[in-house]
Design a protein around this ligand. Sequence first.
Ligand code: BGC
Length: 728
Amino acid sequence: MTDIHAKISLTGGVDFWHTPAIEDAGLPEVMLTDGPHGVRKQSAASDHVGINDSVPATCFPPAVGLASSWNAELLDAVGVALGEECRALGVGVLLGPGMNIKRNPLCGRNFEYFAEDPLVAGELASALVRGIQSQGIGTSVKHFAANNQETDRMRRDSQIDERTLREVYLRGFAKVVTSARPWTIMCSYNKVNGTYASENHFLLTEVLRGDWGFDGFVMSDWGAVHDRVKALKAGLDLEMPAHTAHEEAVRAALAAGDIDEATIEQAYARVERILRLAVASLEDAPDSFDVDGHHALARRTAEQCIVLLSNDGVLPLARETRVAVVGEFARTPRYQGAGSSRVNPTRLDNALDAITALVGHEVAFAPGFVTAPGQELAASAHDDAVAIARDADVVLAFLGLGESHESEGYDRDTCDLPAEQLALLEDILAVNANVVVVLSNGSSVLVPFADRVRAVVEGWLLGQAGGPAIADVLYGVVNPSGKITETIPHRLEDVPSFLHFPGDVSGVRYGEGLFVGYRGYDAAGTAVAFPFGHGLSYTTFGYSDLTVSSGDAGLAVALTVTNTGDRAGREVVQAYVSVPDSKVVRVPRELKGFATVTLEPGESRRVDIAVPAEELGYWSVIDHAWVVESGSYTVEVGSSSRDLRVSASAEVVGNEPVRPLTLESTVAEAMAVPGFDAALAPMMTVFGEDPDLIRMMESMPLAALVGFSGQSEDVFQPLLDELNAAQR
Ligand code: BGC
């Protein structure tokens, strides 16, 4: 029998990365570590901000890259490899994936998140979780919830209305929890609607366990607990890292009767059950992993993460094209983000070497500009870059953000590329119009030069094997197929959350509500540089023969996709749904399903996309529940959110509750219900026949109509009750 004091010790870590051993329960210490796109196992000094080293592990593309592949199968495979590395390194739980919504491109940690859309984020995070957990290693889906910025992240209050919270910020988490069953969830640092996430009973107990049936344990982000007693009562199970004073406070609270044993027992049982799973899979684990195989997987993955934003036909390059490569990023890649997720890669390949190998000889190269603080370049660096550009057929300009520009812990203050890079690009364009820009960045940058250069390749952060993947795309060895999961705006001021980000000490109001990312740009009709879901290929695809049928399970969407070009390629097919006659506020269209298809030239394939019924619901703040409206739903399918090729409609039978009318119901609402029109007709006569007056009356509550027509509410209420009863 494990004594309650031993059980209390399992509600917190024993050090930075381990849970304590519980000797009389025969439970050893278990290591939990970052993540998410590689294993960051520290064996010497510990930290959670990326300062000290960790043992070598494969650095896969971070979520910003992975997401652009839209390829759940691929993410599952990456997850399997991550799980294998965890086993080999003795790690029981990998701290990730992170899946907060990209609410604003300035968020310093967007590179660790998947999308501005909860469906893509939810589907892809689920795939990664499934892959990792298939190896008997736990995941910790983070940061729950509404941690959409780094500014003041440890105390800022995210103030979000109920519907937006459910439909945008919790929806992806709900998908992962219900479909992939992560072993653990990590709560965020911030407050949500006034209460720290670590003490938030609504989030940790009512929603996570009550609504979604989560059966793992909740751990804190590192240092997110302010009061372990309050946190345990709210539904947190494990505080990380160790905090002796907080542990003592739990013992004191137990003695004083401020927390009951059952609450501690419950947290202990949840943590113990999961840790035993990890212990079992670590028992007979191998002590090495397939370094070469995983590097090859990292490269295959990176190939699908690269997005060709624009191309006038200059790409793919012929090997005999005389290129000049400009920008240190080509030689010293920016391949992952800064902070707790920093992985020590097993090797690191760059694009310059890969280009050299592909063309079979040295190519002209100039670093051009500084990419990291403290870097020393010759005074002539700028001019040297312009000089090699002048002599080339095509200039490959590797631009991007340095590590210090975007990081966990702070947000960017501009969406622009550094001024010296933009100045260099201008000077290059003045001597050579044939410029291809290759970007390395963890979150959108503005691309005001996009229509003055011949192609833009968005390379995001691609992990340790991204360099050769970029070279393969530039030379057509690989046909690009990634699509962006965050809109690239023309101006920062156009971003829907612009006026409400990052808030101040009084909190951050999610004032744009449901209108996050493409939902907002589309509603306002704002022109953007590149829309959500966009990405080109070296081939072209045709869309035809869309059918949509509706049934109890939801919508069954099917269409034919044809490769109409002359090389094999992969297309990400996206299905957006709108409800034109909705009675509630709606965004113009929402992504409700997607599929990827790889086709040979001329080949056609039928593509099926299922939209489950629950995806069609909106969160009703009247019923505090998901409600599917009855009526016509439009499905538009295409190659991006603004390149919709085919559309069709279907009638959906919803589940709207019949709500009895009250004196607060409007005249229009009442007139829409059979039986009420006749009952109200006599009262309407006071306003005569004037159609404008009648229109004005439609928004009048019944109580007001009753008053104006000289009747009393006491007399009208029984009539209302009678008419309501007839509706049941
Ligand atoms: C980060 C988490 C990370 C933890 C441990 C925190 O600062 O927010 O994502 O898992 O540190 O390194």
